[in-house]
Ligand binder design. Sequence first.
Ligand code: SF4
Ligand code: SF4
Length: 436
Amino acid sequence: MAYLPQIIFGIVLVFGIGFFAKNVKRLSRNIKLGKDVDVSDNTQQRWKNMIRIALGQSKMVVRPIAGFLHIIVYIGFVIINIEVLEIILDGLLGTHRIGLKFLNESLYGFLIGSFEVLAVLVLVSVIVFWIRRNIIKLKRFLSNEMSGWPKSDGNIILYFEVVLMCLFLLMNATDTAFQSLGSGNLISQYVAPLFSNLPESTLVLIERSAWWLHIVGILIFLNYLYYSKHLHILLAFPNTYYGNLKPKGQFKNLEAVTNEVKLMMDPSADPFAAADEDAADPEKFGASDVTDLSWVQLLNAYTCTECGRCTSECPANQTGKKLSPRKIMMDTRDRLEEVGKNIDANKGAFVDDGKQLLGDYITKEELWACTSCNACVEACPVSIDPLSIIMDMRQYLVMEQSAAPADLNNMMGNIENNGAPWPFNQMDRLNWAKEE
Ligand code: SF4
Ligand code: SF4
């Protein structure tokens, strides 16, 4: 039975990673429910964007305090988890601090000491984040869409991080062998005296408990990601890579419709000039449900951090309209999850549930409140494009349902009949120049 802890550790690890792999598979399947879109262009620029925005967090620092704290948590969390490698090796091989076998004491001490300092910085940052959410109650964390699960999710993840960092420090503080090294215990040396009166066996028990809880906590955290806005820890990278490279404000045109318009304006134009595959008449114009959106838009939905930077910059939201670009992304994700569960429950085939993104999640009122200003796209720290979803859904309303607001219908009628948005005949255009 000497190997029992290693066997238990192996089983826990396999289950933890196995569930995570299952969730990744489900995530990938759901994202692939979106329509195909070609994002193979300009790979150099895409890599640059990913490194600058996701790795360098360049858009986070637009708001310096939140940006700085976020960078500490991000770096701290990633670097401290290097320690997990050692934990996994120790767990599987039955060793204790195997890193000391490969590194000399001073380098090992330097690494663990750095992790301890980072752990404290993460703790401080996380406490500030908690205060901003729960005591100061920043406006962008309080809107309607942030009640219920999204609110709890924001806090749960903070508690998770506090517990994991405390377990890491506790594990080091109660490890008498590590404390006796005399290096690497930069922070834990101040925690260790709290336990100095305890017998060695109790210290071992506390250290082992903290060690186990630390690794189990990390595996739980890994599996929690799928259900949380914190999926952005992983998805920010592909999302920024596949982000829109076109100039902001350039809308996607339907080739088939553009061709028709060109022919109407110039009947001598070659009707087959742009008749490639993309120019074929689409089965449906615009989007009424998640499966009408592209896979990049669905990836956007899973990547949303629910930070609300988009909504706080949105002029429609600021002027009291019902629109919140954050809610557009959260609704898209919720509906996508619903569709995914439907497919799982029906052996791989979607069975019509009588619902769709339009109407059941996102209302026409929200869609028509958008000024298409792009402020939400500009503000998003992970290159999400809520406007593209709004425009696709509007396209559906206009082209499939003829359900544009009356003012817009009048304007479009005028453009069709008069070649201008105003209700005046083209023949009267130069009336202003005539002498009285
Ligand atoms: S593009 Fe629309 S949703 Fe985005 S900020 Fe402007 S008004 Fe708001
Ligand atoms: S779309 Fe971007 S800015 Fe808006 S809440 Fe999501 S992550 Fe934040």
